[in-house]
Design a protein around this ligand. Structure first.
Ligand code: TRP
Length: 373
């Protein structure tokens, strides 16, 4: 395996060193002080915050200063609709839903059909199909329909494009080349794209004719877009958006990088059947257990590299006590890999059963969520 870490919006590979990313990207670690500050407003802390799954930020203290002065923020996140939604996406979205609930704020959700047309081999029509499909997953998360607005880049172009060109005019080719590793054979749409992703962070300010702070929850591979765009917001008269960064849910095979829709054996999808989930976990989920039961009983397993344990920690076992017990038993050898996997399979399938139920209902709700210009 190529161990060298690479993290861009379009490629995540190698073993991820989050401390190194914090330094390279120039972001701040989420420490106990800022967690306490969040807790003052939310009463409890989401387990993804407690466990450092959302681990770094930009300008969160500023955002909370504004909030405490009565200047409410809105949330902004998005999805590039190029295929089925998988657990890695849902992780960020369920966390975003918690933020929406706790702070009682609006969410703007961007579907970047333009991006996925420009960056993949898929046809425009296929991307449109995925846009609709992926909306069902976003709705199934349970965002407040009254406070949530979907933007589709090509459909809301008359709102987004006039702003995008203002960003584009202030970002030059060498900046995006350096930020994303673009070379001369990239198409010109790809070079322009970051300016489209920048815009939703100012849309509510434009519509309300006053500046409103923005918080963007994302997996850290999306940060480079905003690293580039954040310099531009003040030049156009807006606040820089604040950001909270999530870790990547590891691929099933545990070989570095992130769970990715383009590799079947790496991902569990939102629409997988219970049987598929079971087969994938049993067959692919990388185990930190020992080769034989005897050896495992004697020496114990390693939850730190065990993908099943990591899925529980990062997403599927919110209760600290239960997770702690599982960790302890796995380390001591009392809990076997097979047993750990069965536990995870049950958890994921219970979660997906609920998600899929809401996803069915969502088919009738799409129109409610699409922003009416
Ligand atoms: N580019 C993202 C993707 O490929 C989609 C996206 C658009 C996004 N705007 C965002 C993600 C803001 C996080 C935050 O999935």
């Amino acid at each position: 395996m190529d161990k060298k870490m690479k993290v861009t919006p379009w490629e995540v590979s190698g073993e991820i060193d989050y401390d190194k990313l914090i330094k390279e990207f120039g972001v701040q670690k989420i420490d106990s002080k800022i967690l306490d500050r969040i807790k003052r407003h939310t009463k409890d802390l989401h387990f993804m915050l407690r466990r450092g799954v959302f681990f770094s930020h930009r300008d969160l203290n500023w955002l909370l200063d504004e909030y405490e002065k009565g200047n409410k923020f809105f949330l902004y996140t998005g999805r590039g609709p190029s295929g089925r939604v998988q657990l890695g996406h849902l992780q960020t979205w369920y966390f975003t839903k918690w933020l929406q609930e706790k702070f009682g704020v609006e969410l703007w959700f961007q579907f970047t059909d333009d991006e996925k047309f420009l960056f993949t081999d898929k046809s425009y029509d296929e991307i449109q199909k995925w846009t609709h499909d992926n909306m069902l997953d976003a709705i199934a998360v349970g965002f407040d329909p009254k406070k949530t607005h979907f933007l589709v880049d090509t459909k809301h172009a008359s709102l987004l494009y006039p702003e995008a060109i203002k960003f584009a005019k202030k970002i030059n080719f060498s900046t995006v080349k350096a930020a994303f590793g673009f070379t001369n054979d990239y198409n010109i749409g790809q070079i322009f794209y970051t300016s489209m992703q920048a815009v939703p962070a100012i849309v509510p300010s434009i519509l309300n004719k006053k500046n409103i702070p923005c918080l963007i929850p994302l997996a850290i591979d999306q940060d480079p877009h905003f690293r580039v765009a954040r310099d531009v917001y003040p030049k156009l008269g807006y606040y820089k958006p604040a950001i909270v960064h999530g870790m990547f849910l590891p691929p099933l095979t545990g070989t570095g990088g992130k769970m990715s829709s383009s590799k079947e054996s790496s991902a569990i999808f939102s629409t997988d059947s219970p049987k598929e989930v079971e087969t994938k976990i049993r067959k692919y989920a990388f185990s930190g257990g020992r080769d034989t039961v005897e050896e495992h009983r004697k020496k114990g397993g390693n939850p730190d590299v065990d993908v099943s344990f990591q899925y529980l920690r990062m997403f599927f076992e919110p209760e600290d006590k239960k997770l702690g017990k599982i960790e302890e038993d796995y380390r001591s050898g009392k809990l076997l890999t097979g047993e750990l996997k069965e536990y995870l399979i049950k958890k994921i399938n219970a979660f997906l059963a609920e998600h899929q139920k809401r996803r069915e209902i969502a088919k009738k709700e799409v129109d409610k969520f699409i922003f009416k210009m």
